[in-house]
Design a protein around this ligand. Structure first.
Ligand code: TXA
Ligand code: MG
Length: 318
């Protein structure tokens, strides 16, 4: 059920059951990070493979000392700058952190979310919450409570309704080799903002069979409808005459009377606004029983880079 009752959510969590939580990025499917029963329920409900590790959500930066064994100086700088907020750090883990959370790795992903409802919930608990995005594995992330309900219905005892997610893109994930920061996943904080604080990032390369950050799997964030990416949508759709087409564009609507639906992310061309609207627009398009969806590539700077990265994974390769 969809609720705003934090005490109710707490009772469910104390019982090793799951609660969907709002964060500033996307909604999470949360359980007690110290309960293997709860962690297993997350993997089961999400149909997530066990090789894909989870993020631990903390109530404050100081709690990181209960989870991580080592904190490089550049990680400390990032925590000071960006927590609470949409930044996940991959750090050496302490022994007591479950191998289920970390997929057997020696590192654990942590962040302090900034949504007031989830912070209030975390402050009621004496354990952190582990939570992947609250969508079935591989599908579009949820950015409001209804998205979560559409996916899971009453299989989740409580969906905490914190409104529409402020950022609308997942957290940026940074790990370290020594003090060298490594970018594992593009996200709601741009690489430009992070590099301004700690210098050049190295982009982590991985492969699909043993991904270090499966947000980087080549197919992810995907609508059920066949979806294509193009840098010239008006031209591209001409080849699909007679089909039921929906389009998603950055700022300029295209002129075509045959479109079933057109979503514009930000008429002023603002990346943050576009990010906030992106997944909800994709959810709406996916509900229209279209033959295909065509999405416009964004300019490849700033959050445009993150959005394009998600779009490439959401769409078909030609
Ligand atoms: O914004 C977010 O990060 C949202 C909200 C709910 O916090 N969560 C989220 O979780 O996007 P999820 O499970 O969909 O993505 C977590 C990503 C995965 O790509 C996973 O591989 C990576 O974090 N990850 C987790 N632990 C890791 C580790 N030890 N090393 C490398 N990557 C890790
Ligand atoms: Mg996810």
């Amino acid at each position: 059920m969809i609720t705003k009752d934090i005490k109710f959510a707490k009772e469910i969590l104390l019982n090793d059951d799951l609660v969907a939580i709002p964060t500033e990025t996307v909604y999470g499917l949360a359980g007690n990070a110290f309960s293997e029963i709860a962690i297993k329920k997350i993997f089961h409900l999400k149909q997530r493979p066990f090789y894909n590790p989870l993020i631990v959500h903390l109530k404050s930066a100081s709690s990181v000392f209960e989870i991580a064994a080592e904190i490089p100086d550049s990680a400390k700088k990032l925590m000071e700058e960006f927590w609470p907020g949409p930044l996940t750090l991959v750090l050496k883990k302490q022994d007591h952190i479950s191998d289920l959370i970390t997929a057997g790795k020696s590192t654990v992903a942590v962040r302090v979310p900034s949504h007031p409802m989830t912070l209030a919930l975390l402050n009621e608990l004496d354990f952190p919450l582990t939570a992947p995005s609250a969508n079935p594995f591989g599908s579009i992330s949820p950015t409001n409570a209804t998205h979560v309900h559409d996916y899971f219905g009453n299989k989740i005892d409580a969906i905490l309704d914190g409104g529409q997610c402020e950022k609308g893109l997942e957290s940026t994930i940074i790990g370290f080799e020594g003090n060298q920061p490594i970018l594992y996943r593009l996200g709601a904080i741009s690489t430009e903002e992070i590099e301004a604080k700690i210098g050049k990032l190295v982009f982590h390369r991985n492969n699909n069979t043993s991904p270090n950050a499966p947000g980087m799997l080549s197919r992810h964030y995907a609508p059920k409808t066949s979806t294509y990416l193009s840098n010239n949508v008006a031209e591209y759709i001409k080849q699909f005459e007679g089909k039921k087409i929906g389009v998603l564009v950055f700022k300029e609507p295209i002129q075509n009377d045959n479109l079933i639906i057109q979503e514009v992310l930000s008429t002023s061309g603002n990346f943050m606004e576009a990010a906030k609207n992106l997944y909800a627009a994709m959810h709406r398009l996916d509900q229209h029983h279209l033959d295909l969806i065509v999405i416009e590539e964004l300019p490849n700077t700033d959050l445009g880079k993150t959005i394009n990265d998600k779009l490439v994974r959401a769409t078909k390769k030609e």
